[in-house]
Ligand binder design. Structure first.
Ligand code: 13P
Length: 263
């Protein structure tokens, strides 16, 4: 299937940055920057910290025209409610018009002990509430140097997708984020990104069939900037970007959304 059939998704993962006042200022600028042509070509999501989501939702609802920017979250718990101090449930996110939830980001896997099994539970929970998971996978520098990138990534894909229907798999997003490229200014070459993203799609084909594999969107993440987005997006198996640092400024994030201008 041609790449054009998959609409690119560019997502801004703000991580633990920007209070709700700063969030309003950023989305205000983004609404001003992005045009109907941008939204026609690319799906866009922003993933603020939990404390900003209601503010962003309220800001969008107050606009005269509907704002096509989708609201995303960076994480959620796998249960709907209960005694889980400090956690946020997917049901709460769905109530805030959240469309996409990042699951299994490497920072959560590395610093907060998220295992493949937890990631899988969260993927199911996100679907249960009508939202779309963006499931992150990726290797460390040591794994890349040891030549085990493929094993690591396919293992994460297999475990993360366990128990999903082919329809669910086809509708979700996998973000390939090599850990050594996150926040380091070091980007995977388009060739390396393409090779791993093709492996991810082949694994999905094996697990969930051709239709799911052709429909699923794969993002690349790791030091994406306006200057390198076009080359990464030109890869046939790269269908979008998960952007950290460069999503905190409206101009650079909009520059990535408009990667076509530099292609
Ligand atoms: P950077 O774009 O800051 O490297 O972060 C990538 C990332 O982790 C997005 O989820």
């Amino acid at each position: 299937m041609a790449q054009a059939a998959r609409k690119p998704l560019i997502s801004g993962n703000w991580k633990m940055n920007l209070n709700h006042f700063e969030a309003t200022a950023l989305v205000q600028k983004l609404v001003y920057e992005l045009t109907p042509d941008d939204y026609a070509a690319v799906d866009v999501s922003v993933h603020p910290p939990f404390t900003d989501i209601r503010t962003v939702q309220t800001y969008f609802l107050a606009e005269k025209e509907p704002v096509p920017i989708r609201i995303g979250a960076q994480n959620c718990h796998w249960e709907d409610a209960g005694a889980f101090t400090g956690e946020v449930s997917p049901a709460m996110l769905a109530k805030l018009d959240v469309s996409y939830v990042i699951v299994g980001h490497s920072e959560r896997r590395e610093m907060f002990g998220e295992t493949d099994e937890i990631v899988n539970r969260k993927v199911h929970a996100v679907f249960r509430h009508g939202m779309t998971p963006i499931m992150c996978v990726g290797e460390t520098l040591e794994e890349r140097e040891a030549g085990t990138t493929e094993d690591k990534v396919t293992g994460q894909v297999r475990a993360g997708l366990a128990g999903l229907s082919p329809e669910q798999v086809g509708s979700m997003v996998i973000a390939y984020e090599p850990i050594w490229a996150i926040g380091t200014g070091r980007t995977a070459t388009p060739e390396d990104a393409q090779a791993v993203c093709a492996t991810i799609r082949a694994t999905v084909r094996e697990l969930a069939g051709g239709e799911a594999a052709d429909a699923l969107r794969i993002q690349y993440g790791g030091s994406v900037k306006p200057t390198n987005a076009a080359d990464l997006m030109a890869c046939p198996d790269v269908d979008g970007a998960l952007v950290g640092g460069a999503s905190l400024e409206a101009e650079s994030f909009a520059g990535i959304v408009r990667y076509r201008d530099r292609a």
